[in-house]
Each structure stands twice: as C-alpha cells, then as structure tokens.
Ligand binder design. Structure first.
Ligand SMILES: Nc1ncnc2c1ncn2[C@@H]1O[C@H](COP(=O)(O)OP(=O)(O)O)[C@@H](O)[C@H]1O
Ligand SMILES: [Mg+2]
Length: 448
C-alpha cells in the first residue's frame, strides 16, 4: 500500500481528521498526567511516531532553547539514533540547519528530503533519506524549544495537519514550562525549608542558651536567697544570744551587785553608829557614803531594768510597754497613750521580746527624729491578726528614709518580727506624724 497515493486520494477524509484530533487528545491526556516529564515526553513521541497518517518514521526528538547561549540543547530522543548524531547534535546554534531555523522563525517547518533540502545542513555518515516535521514548542510568545519528527521522503501535507502539529507543540511547550515552574517552586520550597530548618535550629540554640541562662540566674537567685536566709538566721541567733546575755547580766547586776551594795551599806551604817560619838567629822562622811551607796544601788537597778525589764518576763508585753512608757514620760517631754487588748492566746517569749524591742526602737526614733509630743501605742487583735502600732504626731518619716537600705534601724525592726511571719509598714505624713505598724498572724507567735 502506498501511503502517498492514499493521502492524495483522500485529502480531506473525515476519518483522517478525526484520527488526528484523537491523537491530539491522546497527547494532551499524556501531558496532563502528573509525573516525570521525560517519561511523558517519551510517551508523547511514541504516540506521534505511531500515527501513520502523519507519515513519521519511528524517530523523534526534542531540543530545548537556551536563549542566553543561543543554542538548542538536545533534551531527549525517541527511536534509533547513531552515536555520531547524538554527539554532533547535542547542541545546534540558532539559525543552523532545520531546527535552528525553526527556533528563530517560530514557524512549523516541513522538509521533503534531507539530501535535497539545502536547509538540511547537517549530514551524517549513515543518514538515510528522510523528510521532517520540525514543530516549534511555543508557550504563549515564548519559544521553549523544538520537536523534530522524521517522515518518509516527499510526504504529502495537509493544511489542517499544521494546526494539529502547532497545537501539539503548544501542549508540549506548556508541559515543559509547567515542569520548570514546578522545579523552580520545589527548589524555592527546599530553600525555604532549609531556611526554616536553619532558623529553627538557631532559635532552638538561642532557646537553649536562654534556658541555661535562666537556669544560671535561678541558681544565683537560689544561692542569694539561701545566703540571705542564712544571714537572717544568724541575725536572729545573735539577737537571741544578746537577749539571753542581757537577761543574764541584768540578773547579775541586780542580784549580786545589788546584794553586795546592800551589804556594804549595812556595814557602813554599823561603822557609822560606832564612830558616832567619838568622831563626828567621820560621821558626816559616812552619811555621805551611804548616800552614794543608795544612788549606786538605784543606778544598778536602773541599768538592770534597762537591760531587760523584769516586768517583761514577769507579766508580759502589755505591762512591759506600759512600764516603759511611764519611764519615757519621766525622761522626755512626751505623753504616751497605750491601748493593749486582752489577747486570746499567750504569746511566745521570743515574740514578746521582739515586740518590746520594736517598741523601744520606734520610740528611740520618735525621740531622735520626730519632734513629737504624743505617742499612741495600740496592741489589738483584728480577725486572725495581731496589729501592733506606734504612732507619733511629729514631722513624719519621708518616703526616701523608708526606702533607704541604709536605714538600719528600720531594717532591724523588720528583721525582729520576720521569724514570726510579721509584716512591718512605715508611713509618714509631713508634719502630721509617723506610724510603724506590725501585723502578725495570731498563731505564729502563740505559745504551743
Ligand atoms: N518617727 C520618725 N519621725 C520622723 N522621721 C523618722 C522617724 N523614724 C525614722 N525616721 C527617719 O528615718 C531614718 C531612718 O531611721 P533608722 O533606720 O532608725 O535610722 P537612725 O535612727 O539610725 O537614723 C531616720 O534617720 C529619720 O530620718
Ligand atoms: Mg533609729
């Protein structure tokens, strides 16, 4: 059967047109599948070369256009090609031979016979006579490459076949471009992913560093807290020792010194009686001596009292404060008003001592700094709390005095009540006075 005669016989045969469009549809189908581009192109070339009415031999190939270098680069071939061809036609400059012309013109090219067509510039040793369809692969206005199909020599052409070939070229070009975009996108995605990865690693590292810094800070903080607690304990211990020592010295001074002085006084009086008639001069001096001994006894009692008032141990905090207030009134131009509530619980000795010392320190400040005339002392129960306050009507403590870490007297007040969970506030109003308020949970300082 002669294909040429058949073509000339049925140039517009509807079956042929139908067949061509069916092929176009198959090519479109292949190119629309998701998958590897090279596999798809092989499949397309197989479809095309298998279509008899296009008069192609079982050989085809695709070049990609490299617009920077102005060359066509062989992408893939279908069918038997000689090594010589594959080597020489790896690249074809724009304008060279049939394919080079198509990439420049963008037009479909048909060549009847490679040995007779002067445009077919590239010849090979084992070349057999053949014709060509060189199809531009054009996506929009962009030349993506060319598809070359081998035909028999002197094929007959049909006008509508051109459209089909153009369409096929367009489909292939679009598929190649889509692949390129996909590749570019996935490269971007990879780049992005590795960027995100690097950033994540960086963040993780920073995070770890921060974590260990925080850990370090926490350790330092713990250490600080520990050593502050230790200092506090030490301070409390020293206070306790001092209080014991004061109590001991007060007893010694009061008892031993007091007794010794009393004995001395009795002796001196005895001696005085005996000397009375004989040496009136000495008598006067002895009277003087008993006076000095009396004064000394009083001083000793005063000293003992100040070291630790026995009333504190004998009667408790309220009586001790009342006694101390009377003492202050006799010494300073101050009037005291003391309000002391009946407590529902007996307080621990340590807490009574602490509150008594707070009172003394607060009044020492009133005397030294306040220029006050009245002091009001309240010792009351409010709900579950004990509230102990010392208020004066003096010039008022300033905020900067309260916040000053060098205000050691104020710090001492706070430290005194800290072991009993006591909170201290200082507040002052200019020319209206100062209030020192200690608040304690009732159960913290009660006797077990
Ligand atoms: N009742 C008060 N009235 C006015 N100012 C006071 C009073 N109590 C304390 N201050 C002020 O607070 C400062 C700190 O008191 P304090 O820590 O006891 O230190 P010091 O008594 O050794 O000066 C005092 O120097 C004084 O200026
Ligand atoms: Mg002070």
């Amino acid at each position: 059967m002669s294909t040429e005669s058949r073509n000339t016989e049925r140039p517009e045969a509807p079956e042929r047109i139908t067949e061509e469009y069916r092929m176009l549809h198959r090519v479109a189908q292949v190119l629309q599948t998701e998958g590897d581009l090279m596999g798809m192109l092989q499949s397309v070339m197989k479809t095309l070369t298998g279509f008899e009415d296009l008069r192609v031999e079982n050989k085809a190939g695709i070049f990609l256009a490299n617009n920077n270098r102005k060359v066509l680069e062989l992408l893939t071939t279908y069918g038997e090609f000689s090594d010589e061809f594959l080597e020489k036609d790896r690249e074809i400059p724009y304008g060279d031979c049939l394919c080079g012309r198509v990439v420049e013109s963008g037009e479909l090219l048909m060549s009847e016979n490679c040995f007779q067509d002067p445009r077919h510039e590239r010849l090979y040793d084992d070349m057999t006579p053949h014709g060509h369809y060189i199809v531009p692969l054009k996506s929009g206005t962009e030349m993506v490459g060319v598809l070359f199909l081998y035909t028999r020599t002197h094929p007959a052409w049909y006008q509508h076949s051109r459209e089909v070939l153009y369409s096929i070229g367009g489909l292939i070009a679009a598929a190649i471009q889509k692949k390129r975009i996909d590749l570019e996108l996935s490269a971007y995605r990879d780049q992005l992913e590795s960027l995100v990865e690097a950033r994540t690693a960086e963040l993780k590292q920073t995070n770890q560093k921060l974590q260990s810094e925080i850990e370090g800070h926490k350790n330092t903080q713990d250490e600080l807290r520990r050593s502050r607690d230790q200092f506090r304990d030490l301070g409390n211990q020293i206070q306790e020792i001092r209080e014991d020592e004061k109590a001991r010295i007060a007893r010694e001074v009061h008892d031993r010194l007091g007794q010794a002085l009393t004995a001395l006084k009795i002796d001196v009086i005895q001696v005085g009686k005996k000397l009375e008639s004989r040496l009136p001069d000495l008598k006067t001096r002895i009277d003087g001596m008993t006076g000095v001994i009396d004064d000394t006894i009083e001083s000793v009692q005063q000293i003992a009292m100040e070291l630790r008032p026995p009333v504190l141990d004998a009667f408790g905090i309220c009586e001790a404060i009342a006694w101390q207030a009377r003492e202050y009134e006799s010494r300073y131009p101050l009037r005291f008003e003391v309000q002391c509530a009946e407590l529902p619980v007996a307080l621990e000795k340590g807490l009574e001592t602490a509150l008594f010392r707070v009172f003394q320190e607060a009044v020492a400040n009133v005397v030294r700094h306040a220029a006050a005339t009245r002091v009001s002392v309240r010792f009351v129960v409010e709900g579950e709390r004990l509230v102990f306050s010392i208020e004066d009507d003096g010039r008022g403590i300033r905020p900067e005095d309260i916040d000053n870490p060098a205000s050691l007297g104020l710090v001492g007040i706070q430290e005194r009540v800290h072991p009993f969970k006591g909170m201290v506030t200082f507040s002052g109003k200019p020319e209206q006075g100062t209030a020192v308020t200690v608040t304690l949970p009732l159960d913290a300082g009660s006797k077990p």
